[in-house]
Design a protein around this ligand. Structure first.
Ligand SMILES: *Cc1c(COP(=O)(O)O)cnc(C)c1O
Length: 346
């Protein structure tokens, strides 16, 4: 394997810092499944307040948050409405069907988002022949949609319409804190229209794992049942939760720098012949660009830059993704641009 010097593949590639590891080593722990881990309980209390809900539950991953939320909100045979590029469609190994037994009805939006007028076209009256629509799901920020940020007005209007139609609402907030930093709107405010919401600690916040799912007391009670059912209850998991608390205290502000670097990278990419990107489309830490140079495709270009220590993420034949995070500094952005320039120039 080549030595990776600048890893722009994903914001999941961060390693715990020395200070984070020290916080983990010092964590007070107990039996989480029995409700006895003080560090997990502290994290759940912090998360519940941050997300503005009655209760919160610490889970091993964001994927498990999505899967449990669908299982709690829906009965088998019902339908979940989400944008066509949603993580729950393409990146959760069919869990929606296998675990919750639900159908996913894709909405064709823009950059992973849609407005109430678009949603209205997908809502239907109860009909014996059609699956019952039970849940609306949105992603904040949109992953495959390019890291775009839903405005508060748009979140509120789709949530309100869904509720009027009798649907519950769920927010996949894998990068909700990126949206908070980009928009200045508090997480609780963004999540206010949603019956359930979760945030990830293993993306831009740089923890080794864990996510917080929040909702009403009844919702979290049922979520705990599902957590145990699918083996998501851990024991002395305060060791990992301590990393999440450390991230909340020390890494939120770092997202500002991630967004600035993403913008710098996008502007640099726009100047390179053979690549196409609109830097204005980069709102947070995800950068998607297109390869126009006919002699290159995404896989080939990623392999070539990797030879020089720069890892990128091919997304289809000509689309490429780069992601900024805690472990990429200004020098890393410069190096990535230098390497890409050199490789493309042949
Ligand atoms: C990463 C991601 C998930 C899954 O989170 P994990 O913690 O990796 O399981 C879900 N939704 C979106 C939008 C993501 O980017």
């Amino acid at each position: 394997m080549q030595t990776i010097i600048v890893d722009l593949f994903s914001d999941t590639k961060t390693r715990p810092t020395a200070a984070m590891r020290a916080a983990m080593a010092a964590a007070e722990v107990g039996d989480e499944r029995a409700g006895e881990d003080p560090t997990v309980l502290e994290l759940e209390a912090r998360g519940q307040a941050l997300l503005g809900k009655e209760a919160a539950l610490y889970l091993p991953s964001g994927t498990m948050c999505n899967e449990i939320a669908m299982a709690v909100h829906c009965r088998p045979g019902e339908a979940v409405l989400c944008e066509k590029d949603a993580h729950i469609i393409g990146f959760e190994a069919g869990g929606a069907a296998a675990l919750a037994g639900v159908m996913l009805e894709p909405i064709i939006g823009q950059r992973g988002m849609f407005d109430a007028n678009t949603l209205r076209r997908y809502l239907r009256a109860d009909h014996l022949q059609a699956p019952r629509q039970r849940l609306l799901e949105v992603e904040q920020t949109t992953n495959l949609g390019g890291g775009a940020v839903w405005s508060l007005a748009q979140l509120d209007e789709v949530a309100e319409l869904a509720h009027q139609a009798g649907l519950a609402t769920h927010m996949d907030g894998a990068r909700l804190f990126n949206a908070v930093v980009a928009s200045g709107v508090a997480a609780a405010e963004q999540a206010a229209g949603f019956d359930s919401v979760w945030v990830d600690f293993s993306k831009g916040l740089g923890a080794p794992g864990g996510a917080l799912l929040a909702g009403s007391g009844d919702f979290i009670h049922e979520a705990r049942r599902w957590q145990i059912r699918i083996g998501g209850a851990m024991r002395q998991s305060g060791i990992i939760a301590a990393a999440c608390l450390h991230a909340l205290d020390h890494h939120l502000h770092g997202l500002v720098a991630d967004h600035r670097r993403a913008r710098q990278l996008a502007e640099g990419l726009a100047r390179l012949p053979g690549l196409r990107i609109d830097p204005d489309s980069v709102a947070t830490n995800l950068i998607y660009f297109t390869i126009d140079a006919p002699q290159w495709d995404a896989k080939k270009l990623a392999a070539a830059t990797l030879e020089h220590g720069v890892r990128l993420c091919p997304m289809g034949s000509r689309r490429m993704r780069a992601v900024t995070h805690l472990d990429v500094d200004d020098a890393g952005i410069e190096r990535a641009l230098q390497v890409l320039g050199k490789v493309l120039a042949g």
